[in-house]
Design a protein around this ligand. Sequence first.
Ligand code: FES
Length: 126
Amino acid sequence: MNYSAKVMDHFTNPRNLGTLKNPDGVGEVGNPVCGDLMKIYIKISEKNSQEYIQDIKFQTLGCGSAIATSSMITELARGKTLDQALKISRDDVANELDGLPPAKLHCSNLAADALKKAIKDYQNNK
Ligand code: FES
C-alpha cells in the first residue's frame, strides 16, 4: 500500500497523543468492521464571546491510517471555533494528509466522527 509522506510522518510522530485532565468533551467511536477504536478529548475556551477548541488530544487503538488521521484532525481542530470544527469533514482530513489509499479511506471517518461526538458531548453537557 502506498502512503503519502504526510501519513507516514503523522503515523510515526503523532501530534497531540494522550488524554486531557477534566476534558470538556469526549468523543469515542469504533469501527465495527476492523474493531479499531478512537477517543478524542477537548478543552473549550472563549475568545471574543466565541467558544473555541483550546486543547485537544487523542487515543487511538488502530491501524496506521487511523493514527495518522487522528493526529491530523487534532492539528486541524485546535484553535477553531466549534462551528468551524464541526465542519471538518472526512475528506478534509484525508486531503490534508495528501490522500489515503482507497482501502483506507474509511479510517478517516473515525477521526471526523470522534471530533463531532466530542463537540456534541460538550454541547449536551454544559
Ligand atoms: Fe480500522 Fe483503519 S483499518 S480504522
